[in-house]
Design a protein around this ligand. Sequence first.
Ligand code: KIV
Ligand code: ZN
Length: 390
Amino acid sequence: MSKDKVQIFDTTLRDGEQVPGCKLDTEEKLVIAERLEDLGVDVIEAGFPISSPGDFNSVVEISKLIKNATVCGLSRAVEKDITVAADAIKGAVRPRIHTGIGTSDSHIKHKFNTTPDKIIERAVAAVKHAKSFVEDVEFYAEDAGRTDNEYLARVCEAVIKAGATVLNIPDTTGYCLPEEYGAKIKYLQENVTGIEKAILSCHCHNDLGLATANSIAGAMNGARQIECTINGIGERAGNTSLEEVVMVLRQHPYLNIDTNINSQLLYSTSQMVSQKMGMPVQPNKAIVGTNAFAHSSGIHQDGVIKRRDTYEIMDPKDVGVDQSSIILTARSGRAALAYRAKNVGYELTKVQLDAVYDNFLKYADRKKEIVDADIHEIVETSSINMASLA
Ligand code: KIV
Ligand code: ZN
């Protein structure tokens, strides 16, 4: 049975770039956009054109460069914003305008000081204005995570009638639980008249560390677009991490949902974005962290050396990492030491290994990690007959 496709909407260059200190110039954005296209993302959110002349120019240049992916420009539900976004993306092969407005009580009362009905009017006017420039219009209901489902369904119905082709349901504050977010998508799927004319999209923030789980719950309940960033970069605790959703779907084939992403480019893309944005990837980051395929405790190392999948659910090569690594620390066992010693040229007998291991522990208690150069010194200063080394 062929799998359902969930579109990957990458917002590294818009929501991701909002992180303080991560600002990119147009040249850097073009290099990343080209890489995102190679990676296989379906939509690139290139920027927020009205926000600055620099961002406008980046969206113009990305629109000219990208040949396969849809290029999207963000706007508020404000006529001028939408007109400027339309101007910025007009050179794209597949242009999309992303417009929207806050729909939660908090946004309606405190941000807009207006009424729910007036918000719907503004949403409809924005979509209609966007539609006068492009066929592909995505509408976001900001803070949908905290918006009452019945009202959200009314908003969705109205913007579909006005021509929206994609409905973005952002959990802007990262508040929802996966069950709750999944149920929200299901509710919209089942209660919005005309929903078959639009795609539901998940846009989850990571304030409680649930962005990936919420996006997957959304996809399991009918959403067919996930908005995400490389390395999960984004405001506050970040956005949904692209590499995580892609690999969750790939590692769970029974969900019958896949993406168009070439997963072997995930690690190098993560490194590229990290370097260009000056934003290090935490070592224990799922999929792309430097420790994601590194084993340092003796029990795990012994298992992985015997058979990799004892402690690894993914082949590192599938995400572009050459191989798993066996790290030597004071918690490592003989199997790991023998393995690493062999890699640098020492085939130790059991008796030799016992002696070298005692010496190794003394070194390892003094150092955080034992590297190849240390292994030579440890073997050579151990009380074993060097001439008998294989
Ligand atoms: O988090 C959010 O609500 C957003 C919208 C602007 C799409 O980023
Ligand atoms: Zn966001």
